[in-house]
Every structure is written in structure tokens, then in C-alpha cells.
Design a protein around this ligand. Structure first.
Ligand SMILES: Nc1ncnc2c1ncn2[C@@H]1O[C@H](COP(=O)(O)OP(=O)(O)OP(=O)(O)O)[C@@H](O)[C@H]1O
Ligand SMILES: [Mg+2]
Length: 344
């Protein structure tokens, strides 16, 4: 088993990167993998989500990037066995400025992880983790670039809404540029549709366009919108601690199974990857202001189905005409060389 190094990116904010880093990481740890999450966002959402507060000056990603601290010394345990975090705090907000004049500034995190892995391997005869997942901030600045160069794979989290695909060509261009200049092994190996509500026609259209647009693998499992996923951070818990039977836990467990199936030597998934069936909303439904479904009513075994058996209603919603989702065919094509299919 190698150490998979994955950056979770999207320069767009609030699309589900941190929620995915935490819950995919927790699911992989529950599946027996040794996982390290890196919080590269000065907002520190990932650290907070896992109930880790680091006072200023304490070991953190800031000290690794700006003060040369050993990466291993910045790691904290979490309540989930096998899940560790390189946390951050507000110190990191000045890091982009501080790093801007540093030599090799794009590769500092990569070099720190390489050194940590090499030392551990020398001492213990094995790599220190099976997965390193980097939660990047919503920008394409030096912090995200450090996250990308430190990784070998890129997962893009996308919110299944109108502007989902906007800005993707810029992100892919940066991945290609880094691939050419700094990290030849880097490639996009997974697209994760997040905050998905299959009752919304727009969300279904956007998901279909996402599948058409990317010349690389879009995971079969979309992460549905679920109130429990939104609540878990305020308890400092992963979804598997907070609501292990919720649809959100089911979605992240399924996503983790797909990620595990990419591992070298993993058994090929028995079923072909097919578009999961979605529950159709009534044709006349206008898709706005839909009440949050009761997660308990969900049927997690029906992939991507509406997380509720309740009939869809659109009482009280606006009935103004709606623009269709932007078509993949109208967007600038994405270069295939930025993508890689990871197969067992
Ligand atoms: N599947 C989901 N269902 C419901 N709420 C969700 C879901 N995924 C994320 N959220 C909520 O949406 C908000 C944004 O999610 P998150 O913080 O994961 O996005 P992000 O891409 O990391 O944001 P940022 O760009 O600010 O770092 C959070 O409040 C989170 O709790
Ligand atoms: Mg985030």
C-alpha cells in the first residue's frame, strides 16, 4: 500500500470541501486506513469540525509552512482511531504573504511530507499513513498551490448548483501547470458532487452536465444535502460520531468505498459504474425553497434518491421562469491530460 496524497480543492467557497475531507477521512479511518487530514485553510473549519483548537504559537500547519517545523510534530489525534489532523489556526492567515518571498515556496508542504514519510519509513519500515488528505482554502493562492504540489491526486468537490462548472477550466489549467512545472505525478482523479438535492430539477441537470463535462472520473455517489451533515461540525464530530445512521453517513461511507476501490490491488467493484436512479420530481415543480427533508425518512440504499419519501411539494414557491443549467458543450473543453483514472 502506498500513501495516497489527495488534495480536496475548489476555489469556490462553501461547496463541501471541508465536510468531505472530514467525513471521507473518517470513513476511510473506520475502514482501517491510517488517515492524516491537513487543514490548509486559515478559517480552520476542518480543525473546528473535529474539535481541535490550537492556540496561537502551538504546532500547526502554519509552523510547518513558515517555521520549518517537522510535519509529524504538528499532528494531533482525533476521537476517531486512525484519524489524525495537522490543524490550523488564525496564524495561517498571514502565511501567503510570509511565504511569497521564500525559496521553493510552492513545495514547502510537499517537502515536509516527503521528509516525514522518509524518516518514518526508515525507522519503522512502513509509510506513516495510508491517506493524506489536504483541505484547501477557497482560492488558488499559495496555500492551495502548496496543497496541490504536496498531493499526487486531486479531488474536486462541486456543489450541484447553477454555477458549479464556472471556474473549472481555471482550476484544471492550474493543475496542468503544476503538473508540468512542479509535480509531474499530479492529476485529477475524482470529482465529488456535493450538496445534492435530487428533488430539484436544476440539481439533476447540473449533475448530468458534470458527468458530461469532466473527462475524468466523477464518483457514482453524490453527497446529498442533509441537515445532520450541517449540524455535525457544531458538535465537533464527524457524521459517523454524530449521526451514524443518517443519509449523510451512508453517502460518505459509499464514497469511501469507491475511493478504496481505486487502491492498487483492490477488487474491481462488481457493478458497473452507472448513473444512479433518481426520484423524479413532478414536471411542473419549480425548484426553490424546498424544505429540508427528514434524514430519518431517507432510504440510503437507493443511490442518490431524494432523501425523503415525502411527496414533493412546492407550495409557496416562486414560479418565475428558470434558466436551464449551463450546458457542458457550451463550456471550454477540459484537457484530458489533467485527469487520470485510478484503477486497482
Ligand atoms: N451535504 C451537505 N448537506 C448539508 N449541509 C452541508 C453539506 N455539505 C456541506 N454542508 C454545509 O455547507 C457549508 C459549507 O460546507 P463546507 O464548509 O464543507 O464547504 P467548503 O467548500 O469547505 O467551504 P469553504 O470554501 O468556505 O472552505 C457548511 O456549513 C457545511 O456544514
Ligand atoms: Mg472549507
Amino acid at each position: 500500500m502506498t500513501m495516497r496524497r489527495i488534495a480536496l480543492v475548489n476555489q469556490k467557497g462553501g461547496v463541501g470541501k471541508t465536510t468531505t475531507a472530514v467525513n471521507l477521512g473518517a470513513a476511510l479511518a473506520l475502514a482501517g486506513r491510517r488517515v492524516v487530514l491537513i487543514d490548509l485553510d486559515p478559517q480552520g473549519n476542518l480543525s473546528t469540525h473535529l474539535d481541535i483548537e490550537v492556540p496561537a504559537g502551538e504546532p500547526s500547519t502554519y509552523r510547518v509552512l513558515c517555521e520549518g517545523m517537522d510535519f509529524g510534530d504538528a499532528l494531533c489525534d482525533t476521537a476517531t482511531p486512525g484519524l489524525r489532523v495537522a490543524p490550523t489556526n488564525i496564524d495561517l492567515s498571514g502565511a501567503e504573504m510570509e511565504l511569497s518571498a521564500a525559496i521553493g515556496r510552492e513545495s514547502i508542504l510537499n517537502d515536509a511530507i516527503d521528509a516525514w514519510a522518509a524518516t518514518h519509513e526508515e525507522k519503522f519500515g512502513e509509510l506513516p499513513a495510508d491517506y493524506v488528505i489536504v483541505d484547501c482554502p477557497p482560492s488558488l493562492g499559495l496555500l492551495s498551490v502548496n496543497g496541490l504540489v504536496a498531493s499526487r491526486e486531486v479531488f474536486i468537490a462541486l456543489q450541484t448548483e447553477f454555477f458549479a462548472l464556472q471556474g473549472m477550466s481555471k482550476l484544471v489549467e492550474i493543475v496542468q501547470l503544476l503538473q508540468r512545472r512542479l509535480q509531474p505525478k499530479l492529476a485529477i482523479t475524482g470529482i465529488i458532487p456535493c450538496l445534492y438535492d435530487s428533488r430539484l430539477r436544476l440539481a439533476r441537470e447540473v449533475l448530468a452536465e458534470i458527468r458530461k463535462y469532466f473527462p475524468g472520473p466523477v464518483f457514482n455517489r453524490s453527497i446529498r444535502k442533509s441537515i445532520k451533515l450541517a449540524e455535525a461540525p457544531s458538535y465537533g464530530e464527524s457524521i459517523f460520531q454524530y449521526a451514524p445512521k443518517s443519509p449523510g453517513a451512508g453517502d460518505y461511507a459509499e464514497l469511501a468505498a469507491e475511493v478504496l476501490a481505486q487502491e492498487p490491488g483492490a477488487a474491481k467493484p462488481a457493478e458497473a459504474v452507472v448513473e444512479a436512479p433518481v426520484a423524479e420530481a413532478p414536471a411542473e415543480a419549480h425548484d426553490a425553497l424546498v424544505p429540508e427533508p427528514s434524514p430519518e425518512a431517507a432510504a440510503p440504499e437507493t443511490k442518490n434518491a431524494a432523501p425523503s419519501d415525502q411527496p414533493y411539494t412546492d407550495e409557496g414557491t416562486v414560479t418565475a421562469p428558470r434558466r436551464a443549467a449551463p450546458r457542458a458543450s457550451e463550456l471550454p473543453p477540459l484537457p484530458e491530460s489533467a485527469f487520470r483514472i485510478v484503477e486497482p
